[in-house]
Design a protein around this ligand. Structure first.
Ligand SMILES: Cc1ncc(COP(=O)(O)O)c(C=O)c1O
Length: 488
């Protein structure tokens, strides 16, 4: 007979035989004992539990008296099938006492749409989506090499220890030297915080800097995740329109605690904030005491001309908060990013982060640091940028040929094209009809703040789709768009 799960507690005040009886009863009710097979004999149980046989006999006697078990001569003791249902019902878990929804905290972003993140996107032949990567172009060999190296000395401690609130100093140094300098930003070690992506950076900033009495300006249309995060702090969020030169600046930002911008390639339209507006934004913000967050999520991807310097590079006061991420080039699944800001703020954010997640995983931090240090990171980035440029050129050309309206030229950067169809195009319908043809594109109306947003916008991402699939996907998308417009 296999061992039972019965255990006795010799330190308990409950007599041993009662403990045995209770556990047998529970095991019968929960189906641990198969009712078709005999229960363990008193000899077997006594030996297993190292108790006197009499203790087990007493337990079985009580169960026999109550009719829970039956004794069949020479065959042993069995569960009484008639009692089984009754015992099970008694043991059955009753309805929850807690009304869970009423106990959960409610946030002010209820009803604001979420960016649709489809788990099955890679099963579609033409996934024109922006938030994922083509996994085949991930620099796997270099990454594996770095991961392995990060586990051996002198890197093992950095990879495996609990660093409490600290970041990997080598990664901070690599970001400082190899990544920020390329964006024209100078920062000290104590002005950088590693995050598990820009999203965590935004969340930490929201928790630390915002509350219900604050007003926050965001781009309209703009990044939905930022909108959610700011609303969840209780702050009042309002939209500032975007045109072909980026954010349309108001005369003043007085009364606005914080402004969130994506100057390199505005999300979702991809336009670049003009130099003149960058300077003016910094001036107005300084005059109004408004904090500026610059989300530089895909500055690596510039396909013509030189990339514009970061807003933070123009910031003479050092107050601009800068968010960077490794999600767009390396992978959004690695969850690594960073935040640059004044040392005293970084110190507090580190404390907030400590009581959430302590720190981003040490192993991935050190591996990334080693990958940057070895030169593999920048080699892979150059290769990837060339691939993305090819995709952008193909797409911009094909958009002109396949889509029945002309919107060229497209801003030469980013990981997506923002499409504005004719007013009679219903892009929500386009998205669903295209999906039937295996083509995934993203609806655009959800990025607007107004209650009746334009319905003729959508996004064609090219970070995830293999280059060879772009042409056929665009032809299919174009056919669907033409059909829809012809029906109107
Ligand atoms: C505007 C913007 N910021 C940041 C990110 C990246 O976020 P994370 O670093 O949390 O992956 C994205 C990705 O979709 C984005 O569109």
């Amino acid at each position: 007979m296999p061992r039972t799960m019965i255990e006795v507690d010799r330190g308990s005040n409950e007599p041993l035989y009662r403990q045995v009886r209770r556990v047998i009863e529970h095991s019968i009710a929960t189906g641990i004992f198969d009712p078709r097979r005999r229960l363990p004999s008193s000899r077997e149980l006594a030996a297993e539990l190292s108790v006197a046989r009499n203790t087990i006999n007493l337990a079985y006697q009580e169960l026999l008296n109550e009719g829970l078990v039956l004794s069949h001569e020479r065959r042993g003791i069995f569960v009484n099938p008639e009692m089984l249902a009754a015992v099970a019902a008694e043991e059955a878990v009753s309805e929850p006492v807690i009304d869970w929804p009423s106990r959960m905290r409610r946030y002010a972003d209820e009803g604001v749409p979420d960016v649709e993140k489809r788990a099955d996107w890679y099963t579609y032949p033409y996934p024109f989506i922006a938030g994922q990567i083509d996994v085949h172009s991930f620099p796997a060999t270099a990454w594996i090499r770095s991961l392995r190296e990060a586990l051996y000395q002198p890197h093992a401690f950095a990879s495996l220890q609990d660093s409490v609130g600290a970041d990997d100093p080598l990664l901070v140094e690599m970001i400082r030297r190899e990544i920020l300098t390329a964006r024209g930003i100078e920062a000290g070690q104590d002005e950088i915080l590693i995050t598990v992506g820009s999203q965590q950076g935004l969340d930490l900033l929201g928790r630390t800097l915002l509350g219900p009495h604050h007003r926050v300006g965001i781009e309209n249309p703009g990044y939905l995740d930022a909108r959610h995060i700011f609303l969840r702090t209780g702050a009042q969020v309002y939209g500032i329109n975007v045109d072909q030169d980026g954010l349309c600046l108001p005369e003043t930002l007085s009364g606005t605690a914080l402004v969130y911008v994506t100057p390199s390639h505005q999300h979702p339209t991809n336009v670049t904030l003009s130099m003149e507006r960058r300077r003016r934004l910094l001036k107005i913000a300084a005059a109004s005491g408004t904090i500026v967050i610059e989300d530089d999520y895909d500055s690596e991807f510039r396909y013509e001309g030189s990339p514009s310097p970061a807003l933070k590079a123009l910031d003479s006061t050092g107050d601009v908060l800068y968010l960077g991420t490794f999600s767009k080039f390396l992978s959004p699944g690695l969850r690594l990013g960073f935040l640059v800001g004044p040392a005293e703020l970084i110190k507090e954010l580190r404390r907030v982060r400590r009581y959430q997640v302590r720190h981003p995983p040490g192993h991935t931090q050190r591996a990334l640091a080693l990958m940057i240090e070895s030169g593999d990171y920048h080699r892979a980035l150059r290769y990837h940028r060339r691939q993305m440029k090819t995709r952008w050129e193909m797409l911009s050309q094909l958009a002109v040929e396949c889509l029945p309206w002309d919107q060229a030229p497209y801003p030469p950067g980013g990981v997506s094209l923002w499409m504005k169809g004719p007013p009679n195009l219903d892009a929500v319908e386009l998205v669903s009809h295209a999906e039937e043809q295996g083509v995934l594109i993203e609806r655009g109306d959800i990025y607007y703040l107004q209650s009746s947003p334009p319905r003729n916008c959508f996004r064609i991402g090219f970070g995830a789709i293999p280059t060879r699939s772009i042409a056929e996907g665009m032809v299919r998308m174009g056919d669907v768009a033409k059909e829809l417009l012809a029906e109107r």
